[in-house]
Design a protein around this ligand. Structure first.
Ligand SMILES: Cc1ncc(COP(=O)(O)O)c(C=O)c1O
Length: 497
């Protein structure tokens, strides 16, 4: 007998909505399969030393000791302590979708600090949402209609397809960036994506860019930002900047927010400029689900605020964070320490990889590196990349994310997160990588010629594009949540060779 769970999407008489059963969640890409592999067999130094090491999760866990220390010194900040409980009722009943005024002021101040105090933010423009995930969807709901498109430089964050497109019905069109210039956005690539959409009769409503970039760990330079701002201004479309990694920039070149760029561009219509922020990365608190829409457009602020009822940050969290983020001394120390620790971890990790002939894209931000394994591919295609990825997951036992999950146009790049594990686990991961590289060198395999690689690269692009079309037209029957995990149960077994 079939379980009731297996009915639904595939019944001839459709029980669920089209939105619920289409593939818009995007969770059956390899990025999420890797999480599942970790979930099934998680590494632990003593209880499971041969398990999978999780390097596919962009979490910032390096500076939690400072937050803990602050919490112990400031028990009144929580309404669940003897020192703070007098505020319990006031906070428990408060839920205005504008947010606590002290929370909005503290977040606005923090956003300025996270951007090196080069710009200020107006608390009246702070709109809350459930993480940057909710904030990104909210802004798209405000700016585009079903069937409209947003351009997004690739490679890009895999969950954008879900966050920006699943429920809104907005299409994402990649602006293809390539390795020859360090994956920088060029005006040519931008124009080509824009014109391509127009020839297909797709209305482009804006560009969404992550700065610093996930997965690249690089910052957008001033000229690129100006080029993007001028482009949206000329075309009267929107620019959304997802700046959730703003305070992870740990070395030069320094970070420039779009907020800073537009102050020097008085001709620009500010109604077109919007910023997405969250405390998930800079403060390492994704569990608190603090997301922010910051728009210079008054109507967007009003509408987004109305929509924020669907994803408010709990008033208990707002209350606690208002106290934490208005402590200037703490914030300065936290941001400095976090940057320093990220820098050290990044330097150590990339330095050790380099010793075994593995290079990463030069980067100065984020919680990950963009690792170049093109030389280890048997064939320079998406299939070749996924074959290598399966070996890394199943034999090397490290969950890294293949570039194809990020819609990268060139096979052989992998995102490796370095800030969600402790020093000891980093050493185990490095040791596994060293052994793997040594083993790979011993295995005599026919190396492809440069000409063949170039041909395969072209093929790789084609097959990848086809795959994307196939994915979006498929229904997915296998995404039931496991009882203990937020990760979808798409079968990793399909990834085994
Ligand atoms: C570029 C980007 N935007 C948004 C998000 C979602 O962040 P949040 O946890 O705040 O929803 C992520 C998370 O990895 C991200 O990398």
């Amino acid at each position: 007998m079939q379980s009731s769970m297996s009915n639904g999407a595939y019944d001839s008489h459709q029980l669920l909505s089209k939105v619920a059963t289409n593939n818009g969640h995007g969770e059956d890409v390899e990025y999420f399969d890797g999480w599942k592999a970790y979930d099934n067999d998680p590494y632990h130094s003593s209880s499971n030393p041969n398990g999978v090491i999780q390097m596919g999760l962009a979490e910032n866990q390096l500076s939690f000791d400072l937050v803990k220390e602050w919490m112990l010194k400031n028990p009144q900040a929580s309404i669940c302590t003897p020192e703070g409980v007098d505020k319990f009722m006031e906070i428990a009943i408060f839920q205005d979708y504008h947010g606590l005024p002290e929370f909005r002021s503290a977040v606005a101040k923090f956003m300025g600090k996270a951007r090196g105090d080069k710009v200020t933010f107006d608390p009246e423009r702070i709109v809350m949402s459930g993480g940057a995930t909710g904030a990104n969807e909210t802004i798209l709901f405000c700016l585009a209609d079903r069937g409209d498109a947003f351009l997004v430089p690739s490679p890009y964050y895999p969950a954008f397809n879900r966050d920006l497109g699943w429920r809104t019905g907005v299409k994402l069109i990649p602006i293809t960036c390539e390795s020859w210039n360090g994956f920088k956005i060029t005006e040519q690539a931008l124009i080509s994506a824009y014109e391509d959409a127009l020839t297909k009769n797709v209305r482009v409503k804006g560009i969404i860019v992550t700065n610093p970039s996930n997965p690249l760990g690089t910052v957008q330079d001033k000229d690129t930002l100006k080029m993007l701002v001028n482009f949206v201004n000329d075309k009267r479309i929107h620019l959304v900047c997802d700046e959730i990694y703003a305070a992870t920039v740990f070395s030069l070149p320094r970070y420039t927010s779009v907020a800073e760029i537009v102050t020097d561009m008085p001709h620009v219509n500010l109604d077109l400029i919007h910023i997405i922020y969250s405390l998930s990365k800079d403060m390492g608190m994704p569990g608190f689900r603090v997301g922010i829409v910051y728009s210079y457009n008054d109507r967007v602020v009003t509408t987004a605020r109305r929509m924020s009822s669907f994803g408010l940050v709990s008033s208990q969290t707002q209350h606690m964070l208002a106290a934490l983020l208005s402590d200037d001394e703490f914030v300065t120390r936290f941001l400095d320490t976090s940057r320093e620790r990220l820098s050290r971890r990044h330097q150590h990790f990339t330095g050790e990889l380099s010793k075994v002939g593995i290079e990463c894209l030069k980067s100065n931000a984020g919680l990950f590196v963009w690792m170049d394994l093109r030389h280890l591919l048997e064939e320079a295609t998406t299939e070749g990349e996924l074959k290598l990825w399966r070996v890394i997951i199943n034999d090397v036992k490290i969950n890294v994310s293949p570039g194809s999950s990020f819609h990268c146009s060139e096979p052989g790049w992998f995102r490796v997160c370095f800030a969600n594990i402790d020093d000891g686990t980093v050493e185990v991961a490095l040791q596994r990588i060293r052994s793997f590289v040594k083993r790979d060198k011993r295995e005599v395999k026919p190396k492809t010629s440069l000409k063949k690689r170039k041909e395969q690269m072209q093929l790789g692009r084609l097959s990848f594009n086809n795959r994307r079309i196939d994915e979006s037209s498929l229904m997915s029957p296998h995404n039931l949540l496991s009882p203990h995990s937020p990760i979808p149960q798409s079968p990793l077994v399909k990834a085994r060779t």
